[in-house]
Ligand binder design. Sequence first.
Ligand SMILES: *Cc1c(COP(=O)(O)O)cnc(C)c1O
Length: 433
Amino acid sequence: MKSEELFERSKKIAPGGVHSPVRSFSSVGGTPIFFQSSDGALLYDVDGKSYIDYCQSFGPLLFGHRHPEIAEIVTETVNTAWSFGACEPYSLELAEFITKRIPWIEKIRFVNSGTEAVMSALRVARAFTGRNKILKFDGCYHGHLDSLLVKAGSGLAGTSSSDSAGIGEEMVRNTLVLPLDDEERLTELFKREGENIAAVIVEPLPANYGLLPQRKEFLKKVSSIAREHGALLIFDEVISGFRVGFFGMAGDLGIDPDLVCYGKVIGGGFPVGAYAGKAKYMDLVAPQGKVYQAGTLSANPFGMRAGLATLTKAWKEKPYDSLEKSCNQLTGELVKILNTYTDSLWESINYGSLFWFKEKTEQIVRKVEDIPQGHKEKFAAIFHIFLKEGIYLAPSGYEVGFLSTAHTHSVIQDTIDRAERGLKKYQNDKNKS
Ligand SMILES: *Cc1c(COP(=O)(O)O)cnc(C)c1O
C-alpha cells in the first residue's frame, strides 16, 4: 500500500504527517489515503483505486472535481496570468458579479482563506464600533484565528477559554461564547455586555460540528438584538455561501448581515476568501480607511477566474434544487441500509447539498451538547466500511458531507450499491464471530 509508505515518510517531516489536522484520520483511526488525481465525483488514490467523493475538498467543488468548463479557464490562466501583485481585471469582474447580484453587498475585499476573511471582518467591526468584544457561539467554527479558537468558559455565562495551546489569555479575553439556540442567555448577555460588543459572528448554518440547523426565530433574535445594541452582525458563510443557494443562508433566512465572510465555493477549488458588506463598513479598510489588511497573493488570477466561472455557472444553471433532491435521495437510501445492517438507528440531517449522518434522536439537535454520546466511534466504523468499498467521506464524525453536480443518478445508485455490499459483509463478519 503506497499510501502507508507515503504517510510514514510524511510523518517524519510534517506534524502528524499532514498540513491540516482532519486529513490525518486521527478521528476515525487508520492511515490516511493519499490521492493522486480526481475527476468529477471521483478520487483516485496513489494505488490506482477509485472512490466516490463526498468530501469535495470540504465544500468548494460545487460542480465536482476539475469541471471541464472551469478547467478550460484555469488552463487559459496558466498561459496568461499567474500573479502580478498589481491591479488586474479578473478580481474586478468577480467583485462586480457578486456586488451586482447580492443586495446587501456594496463592497468586497478578496483574501486567501476563510480564516483571513473572518479575521479581517472582526477588525472592521471593532474599528467601526470602537468596541472590543466579539460574541460567538459554541459549535461554530470560524477558522483558526487566535481570538475565535475558544470554547465556553466554566465561570460566568458568556466567558471563554482558549481551545488551543499557544493562545494567550489576552487573545480570548474579549471573546464571549454562548450556546446556540438559547434566546434567554443571549438576551441576558446583551443586557450585561451589550455596549461592549463590537460584533456577533455566527455560522447561519453551523456545519463544522456536525450539521446543526438553527431555528429561524433564533437567528432573527441574534440579528435584532445585535442591531438594538449597535453591534455588527457578521454571517460566516464560508461553507454556506453559494453552496446552499446563490444568496447563501442570508437569502434563505431573509436576514441581511452587516458583514459577510466567504471562502470555499467562491474560489472554485482555489484558495480564495472574501469579506464584504455595506460601503460604510468596507470603506474603513485600507487604503481608503485606517483598518490595515493586505495580501501578496490576494485576488490571485487563478482563484478569481475559477471563482467567477463557478459562480457564473451557479447563477445561470441554478443547480441547487436538483442538488438538494439528489442529497435527499442518497441519504434516504443510505439511512435505510444503515438501519438494516447495523444495530443503531440512524438519520441524516440535510440542508441543500450538505448532509450529516448521526444516530437518530427524538429532537432535532441544534447545539453541541445535544449530539448523542458515542457518535465519533459509531461514525468511525461506518467510515471504514464505506472507505473499503470506495466511498470517501470526510474523515471525522463532526464534518459534513457534500454533493456536487457530478454526483449524477448513476453515481448515487453506485454509492448505494457499494454501501449495501459493504454493510452486508460487515453484518456477515459480525454474525460469524
Ligand atoms: C472552512 C471554514 C472557515 C475557514 O476557512 P479556511 O479557508 O479553512 O481558512 C471559516 N468559517 C467556516 C464557517 C468554515 O466552514
